[in-house]
Design a protein around this ligand. Sequence first.
Ligand code: ZN
Length: 310
Amino acid sequence: MIGSRLLVFAALLALVAMIGCGKTDSRPATDGDQEQSPADGDLDDVDVEPDVTEDGDIEADTEPEAELSDAEPELEPDLEPDIESELEPELEIETEPESPYLPGPIAFRFPLADEQGKYSTDFVFHVDHDPEVHTGVGTAICTNFEGGHFPYCYDEHRGTDYMLQGRFEAMDAEIAFVYTAADGVVLHVEDGHYDRCHIDSENLGPGNISCDGYEMRANYITIEHTGGIVTKYYHLKKNSMLVEEGDTVACGDAIALVGSSGISSAPHLHFQVEDAQGEVIDPFAGEFSQPETYWYQQDGPNGVPAEICP
Ligand SMILES: [Zn+2]
Protein backbone atom coordinates (compact mmCIF):
# COMPACT_ATOMS: atom_id res chain seq x y z
CA MET A 1 0.00 0.00 0.00
CA ILE A 2 2.70 2.44 1.06
CA GLY A 3 4.81 1.55 -1.96
CA SER A 4 1.94 2.03 -4.41
CA ARG A 5 0.98 5.35 -2.76
CA LEU A 6 4.56 6.55 -3.08
CA LEU A 7 4.53 5.62 -6.75
CA VAL A 8 1.32 7.54 -7.35
CA PHE A 9 2.71 10.51 -5.41
CA ALA A 10 5.96 10.40 -7.40
CA ALA A 11 3.99 10.19 -10.66
CA LEU A 12 1.91 13.20 -9.63
CA LEU A 13 5.07 15.15 -8.73
CA ALA A 14 6.55 14.35 -12.14
CA LEU A 15 3.36 15.43 -13.83
CA VAL A 16 3.31 18.73 -11.93
CA ALA A 17 6.99 19.25 -12.70
CA MET A 18 6.36 18.69 -16.42
CA ILE A 19 3.45 21.09 -16.49
CA GLY A 20 5.60 23.59 -14.65
CA CYS A 21 8.46 23.15 -17.13
CA GLY A 22 6.17 23.61 -20.06
CA LYS A 23 4.89 26.84 -18.58
CA THR A 24 8.23 28.33 -17.72
CA ASP A 25 9.73 27.33 -21.08
CA SER A 26 7.05 28.90 -23.22
CA ARG A 27 5.93 31.94 -21.24
CA PRO A 28 9.19 33.85 -20.99
CA ALA A 29 9.83 33.15 -24.67
CA THR A 30 6.56 34.70 -25.86
CA ASP A 31 6.53 37.46 -23.23
CA GLY A 32 10.06 38.48 -24.08
CA ASP A 33 9.30 38.56 -27.78
CA GLN A 34 6.22 40.67 -27.37
CA GLU A 35 8.39 43.41 -25.92
CA GLN A 36 10.85 43.29 -28.78
CA SER A 37 9.62 42.82 -32.32
CA PRO A 38 7.01 40.99 -34.33
CA ALA A 39 9.72 39.15 -36.27
CA ASP A 40 11.12 37.55 -33.11
CA GLY A 41 7.64 36.71 -31.91
CA ASP A 42 6.97 34.67 -35.01
CA LEU A 43 10.13 32.65 -34.53
CA ASP A 44 9.25 31.80 -30.93
CA ASP A 45 5.80 30.70 -31.81
CA VAL A 46 7.54 28.11 -33.94
CA ASP A 47 9.87 27.17 -31.07
CA VAL A 48 7.04 26.59 -28.63
CA GLU A 49 5.42 23.85 -30.65
CA PRO A 50 8.35 21.36 -30.85
CA ASP A 51 8.92 21.72 -27.06
CA VAL A 52 5.38 20.78 -26.38
CA THR A 53 5.39 17.67 -28.54
CA GLU A 54 8.62 16.48 -26.91
CA ASP A 55 7.51 17.03 -23.33
CA GLY A 56 4.32 15.00 -23.25
CA ASP A 57 1.21 14.19 -25.21
CA ILE A 58 -1.41 14.77 -22.52
CA GLU A 59 -0.35 18.28 -21.53
CA ALA A 60 0.69 19.23 -25.02
CA ASP A 61 -2.78 18.70 -26.49
CA THR A 62 -4.44 21.19 -24.20
CA GLU A 63 -2.09 23.73 -22.71
CA PRO A 64 0.12 24.95 -25.55
CA GLU A 65 -2.88 25.63 -27.77
CA ALA A 66 -4.54 27.58 -25.01
CA GLU A 67 -1.32 29.49 -24.40
CA LEU A 68 -0.76 30.23 -28.06
CA SER A 69 -4.28 31.46 -28.54
CA ASP A 70 -3.79 33.61 -25.45
CA ALA A 71 -0.50 34.91 -26.74
CA GLU A 72 -1.71 36.01 -30.16
CA PRO A 73 -4.21 38.63 -29.04
CA GLU A 74 -1.65 39.88 -26.52
CA LEU A 75 0.94 40.53 -29.21
CA GLU A 76 -1.06 43.19 -30.99
CA PRO A 77 -1.89 45.50 -28.10
CA ASP A 78 1.70 45.32 -26.86
CA LEU A 79 3.16 46.19 -30.24
CA GLU A 80 0.88 49.08 -30.99
CA PRO A 81 2.03 51.25 -28.07
CA ASP A 82 5.66 50.53 -29.01
CA ILE A 83 5.13 51.80 -32.53
CA GLU A 84 3.26 54.88 -31.34
CA SER A 85 5.79 55.78 -28.66
CA GLU A 86 8.55 55.68 -31.25
CA LEU A 87 6.72 57.90 -33.75
CA GLU A 88 5.08 60.52 -31.53
CA PRO A 89 8.13 62.36 -30.15
CA GLU A 90 9.50 62.89 -33.67
CA LEU A 91 6.20 64.26 -34.95
CA GLU A 92 5.91 66.72 -32.06
CA ILE A 93 9.39 68.15 -32.64
CA GLU A 94 8.81 68.65 -36.34
CA THR A 95 5.35 70.19 -36.33
CA GLU A 96 4.71 71.91 -33.01
CA PRO A 97 7.10 74.30 -31.34
CA GLU A 98 5.51 74.42 -27.90
CA SER A 99 3.76 77.75 -27.61
CA PRO A 100 1.36 79.07 -25.00
CA TYR A 101 -0.10 81.47 -27.59
CA LEU A 102 -2.69 81.07 -30.30
CA PRO A 103 -1.32 81.42 -33.83
CA GLY A 104 -2.11 84.71 -35.58
CA PRO A 105 -2.99 85.20 -39.27
CA ILE A 106 0.73 85.36 -40.16
CA ALA A 107 3.94 84.00 -38.63
CA PHE A 108 6.83 86.52 -38.59
CA ARG A 109 10.48 85.82 -38.08
CA PHE A 110 12.48 88.23 -35.93
CA PRO A 111 13.50 91.00 -38.39
CA LEU A 112 17.08 91.19 -37.09
CA ALA A 113 19.90 88.72 -36.51
CA ASP A 114 20.70 88.73 -32.83
CA GLU A 115 23.83 86.59 -32.92
CA GLN A 116 26.66 87.74 -30.60
CA GLY A 117 24.22 89.94 -28.70
CA LYS A 118 24.10 92.66 -31.35
CA TYR A 119 20.86 94.03 -29.89
CA SER A 120 19.83 94.95 -26.37
CA THR A 121 17.32 92.44 -25.10
CA ASP A 122 17.14 94.13 -21.68
CA PHE A 123 15.51 97.27 -23.01
CA VAL A 124 13.07 96.54 -25.79
CA PHE A 125 10.49 99.31 -26.22
CA HIS A 126 7.16 97.72 -27.08
CA VAL A 127 3.82 98.98 -28.41
CA ASP A 128 1.86 101.12 -25.91
CA HIS A 129 -1.57 99.66 -25.12
CA ASP A 130 -2.52 102.52 -22.79
CA PRO A 131 -5.06 104.57 -24.82
CA GLU A 132 -4.33 107.82 -22.93
CA VAL A 133 -2.01 110.36 -24.49
CA HIS A 134 0.42 111.93 -22.04
CA THR A 135 2.73 114.96 -22.26
CA GLY A 136 6.04 116.00 -20.73
CA VAL A 137 7.30 113.55 -18.12
CA GLY A 138 4.12 111.56 -18.84
CA THR A 139 5.63 110.27 -22.08
CA ALA A 140 7.07 107.51 -19.91
CA ILE A 141 3.56 106.35 -18.93
CA CYS A 142 2.64 103.25 -20.95
CA THR A 143 1.53 99.62 -20.81
CA ASN A 144 3.07 96.93 -22.98
CA PHE A 145 1.56 93.62 -24.14
CA GLU A 146 2.25 91.88 -20.82
CA GLY A 147 1.52 94.79 -18.49
CA GLY A 148 5.08 96.14 -18.35
CA HIS A 149 5.74 99.88 -18.10
CA PHE A 150 8.65 102.16 -19.05
CA PRO A 151 11.33 101.22 -20.10
CA TYR A 152 9.49 98.32 -21.75
CA CYS A 153 7.41 100.79 -23.78
CA TYR A 154 6.72 104.50 -23.95
CA ASP A 155 3.65 106.64 -24.48
CA GLU A 156 1.96 106.25 -27.89
CA HIS A 157 4.68 103.95 -29.20
CA ARG A 158 3.29 102.22 -32.28
CA GLY A 159 5.99 99.62 -32.86
CA THR A 160 8.77 97.66 -31.18
CA ASP A 161 12.29 99.12 -30.86
CA TYR A 162 15.40 96.98 -30.84
CA MET A 163 18.48 98.99 -29.86
CA LEU A 164 21.80 98.21 -31.52
CA GLN A 165 24.52 97.49 -28.96
CA GLY A 166 27.67 99.50 -29.68
CA ARG A 167 25.59 102.39 -31.04
CA PHE A 168 27.15 104.35 -33.96
CA GLU A 169 30.35 102.32 -33.98
CA ALA A 170 28.34 99.15 -34.54
CA MET A 171 26.18 100.91 -37.14
CA ASP A 172 29.27 102.03 -39.08
CA ALA A 173 30.55 98.43 -39.17
CA GLU A 174 27.62 97.78 -41.58
CA ILE A 175 26.86 94.29 -40.29
CA ALA A 176 23.50 95.01 -38.63
CA PHE A 177 21.06 93.98 -41.36
CA VAL A 178 17.29 94.22 -41.26
CA TYR A 179 15.39 91.20 -42.60
CA THR A 180 11.84 90.83 -43.88
CA ALA A 181 9.52 89.30 -41.30
CA ALA A 182 7.54 87.36 -43.94
CA ASP A 183 7.05 86.90 -47.69
CA GLY A 184 5.59 89.97 -49.36
CA VAL A 185 5.86 92.85 -51.81
CA VAL A 186 7.76 96.10 -51.16
CA LEU A 187 5.23 98.96 -51.01
CA HIS A 188 7.52 101.90 -50.31
CA VAL A 189 11.20 102.74 -49.89
CA GLU A 190 12.22 106.05 -48.31
CA ASP A 191 15.93 106.90 -48.44
CA GLY A 192 18.37 109.81 -48.46
CA HIS A 193 17.82 111.21 -44.98
CA TYR A 194 20.49 111.95 -42.36
CA ASP A 195 21.09 108.76 -40.31
CA ARG A 196 23.04 109.94 -37.24
CA CYS A 197 20.24 111.49 -35.18
CA HIS A 198 20.73 111.17 -31.42
CA ILE A 199 19.58 112.37 -28.00
CA ASP A 200 20.08 116.14 -27.74
CA SER A 201 22.58 116.38 -24.89
CA GLU A 202 21.95 120.14 -24.51
CA ASN A 203 18.21 119.72 -24.18
CA LEU A 204 17.68 116.51 -22.25
CA GLY A 205 14.15 115.28 -21.75
CA PRO A 206 11.84 112.67 -23.17
CA GLY A 207 11.71 112.76 -26.94
CA ASN A 208 14.42 115.39 -27.36
CA ILE A 209 16.27 114.30 -30.44
CA SER A 210 18.83 116.17 -32.55
CA CYS A 211 19.67 115.46 -36.17
CA ASP A 212 22.52 118.00 -36.08
CA GLY A 213 20.56 120.53 -38.11
CA TYR A 214 19.42 118.11 -40.79
CA GLU A 215 15.78 117.37 -41.50
CA MET A 216 14.41 114.90 -38.95
CA ARG A 217 13.05 112.31 -41.35
CA ALA A 218 13.41 108.55 -41.24
CA ASN A 219 14.60 106.24 -43.97
CA TYR A 220 12.19 103.31 -44.01
CA ILE A 221 10.73 100.39 -45.96
CA THR A 222 7.15 99.12 -45.92
CA ILE A 223 6.16 95.64 -47.08
CA GLU A 224 2.71 94.20 -47.72
CA HIS A 225 2.02 90.59 -46.77
CA THR A 226 -0.80 88.11 -47.07
CA GLY A 227 -4.18 89.43 -45.92
CA GLY A 228 -3.09 93.06 -46.42
CA ILE A 229 -0.92 93.00 -43.28
CA VAL A 230 1.89 95.59 -43.56
CA THR A 231 5.27 95.67 -41.81
CA LYS A 232 7.30 98.89 -41.51
CA TYR A 233 11.02 99.09 -40.82
CA TYR A 234 12.15 102.56 -39.62
CA HIS A 235 15.36 104.59 -38.94
CA LEU A 236 17.38 102.74 -41.59
CA LYS A 237 20.93 103.69 -42.54
CA LYS A 238 21.15 106.12 -45.47
CA ASN A 239 21.92 104.50 -48.85
CA SER A 240 21.74 100.96 -47.44
CA MET A 241 18.53 99.91 -49.22
CA LEU A 242 18.74 96.48 -50.87
CA VAL A 243 15.20 96.46 -52.33
CA GLU A 244 13.02 98.71 -54.50
CA GLU A 245 9.31 99.42 -54.60
CA GLY A 246 7.45 96.55 -56.25
CA ASP A 247 10.08 93.93 -55.43
CA THR A 248 8.81 90.55 -54.29
CA VAL A 249 10.62 89.52 -51.14
CA ALA A 250 10.83 86.28 -49.20
CA CYS A 251 10.79 85.91 -45.45
CA GLY A 252 14.32 86.49 -44.13
CA ASP A 253 15.62 88.56 -47.07
CA ALA A 254 18.06 91.29 -46.04
CA ILE A 255 16.55 94.66 -47.02
CA ALA A 256 18.74 97.37 -45.41
CA LEU A 257 21.04 98.24 -42.50
CA VAL A 258 20.04 99.50 -39.06
CA GLY A 259 20.53 103.27 -38.72
CA SER A 260 19.45 106.28 -36.68
CA SER A 261 17.47 108.44 -39.14
CA GLY A 262 14.40 110.40 -38.06
CA ILE A 263 13.10 110.58 -34.48
CA SER A 264 15.79 108.27 -33.17
CA SER A 265 17.90 108.56 -30.03
CA ALA A 266 20.46 105.96 -31.17
CA PRO A 267 20.83 103.32 -33.90
CA HIS A 268 17.90 100.92 -33.64
CA LEU A 269 15.10 99.28 -35.61
CA HIS A 270 11.51 100.37 -35.11
CA PHE A 271 9.41 97.43 -36.35
CA GLN A 272 5.75 98.28 -36.86
CA VAL A 273 2.85 96.04 -37.91
CA GLU A 274 -0.48 97.26 -39.29
CA ASP A 275 -3.58 95.48 -40.51
CA ALA A 276 -5.21 96.09 -43.91
CA GLN A 277 -7.06 99.12 -42.46
CA GLY A 278 -3.85 100.71 -41.19
CA GLU A 279 -4.55 99.95 -37.52
CA VAL A 280 -1.45 99.21 -35.47
CA ILE A 281 -1.10 95.61 -34.31
CA ASP A 282 1.24 94.51 -31.56
CA PRO A 283 2.78 91.30 -32.94
CA PHE A 284 3.23 90.09 -29.37
CA ALA A 285 0.41 88.07 -27.83
CA GLY A 286 -0.34 88.99 -24.25
CA GLU A 287 -2.91 89.93 -21.67
CA PHE A 288 -2.88 93.56 -22.82
CA SER A 289 -2.68 92.99 -26.59
CA GLN A 290 -4.45 89.88 -27.96
CA PRO A 291 -4.22 86.10 -27.47
CA GLU A 292 -2.79 85.54 -30.97
CA THR A 293 0.90 85.98 -31.64
CA TYR A 294 2.13 87.20 -35.00
CA TRP A 295 5.53 85.59 -34.42
CA TYR A 296 6.45 82.12 -35.57
CA GLN A 297 7.92 81.65 -32.09
CA GLN A 298 7.33 84.58 -29.74
CA ASP A 299 9.66 83.42 -26.97
CA GLY A 300 12.68 82.42 -28.95
CA PRO A 301 16.32 82.12 -27.98
CA ASN A 302 17.93 85.15 -26.25
CA GLY A 303 14.54 86.41 -25.11
CA VAL A 304 13.50 87.66 -28.54
CA PRO A 305 11.28 86.03 -31.19
CA ALA A 306 12.97 83.23 -33.11
CA GLU A 307 14.82 84.03 -36.33
CA ILE A 308 12.83 81.30 -38.07
CA CYS A 309 10.63 81.55 -41.14
CA PRO A 310 7.71 79.09 -41.31
ZN1 ZN B 1 10.06 103.01 -32.06
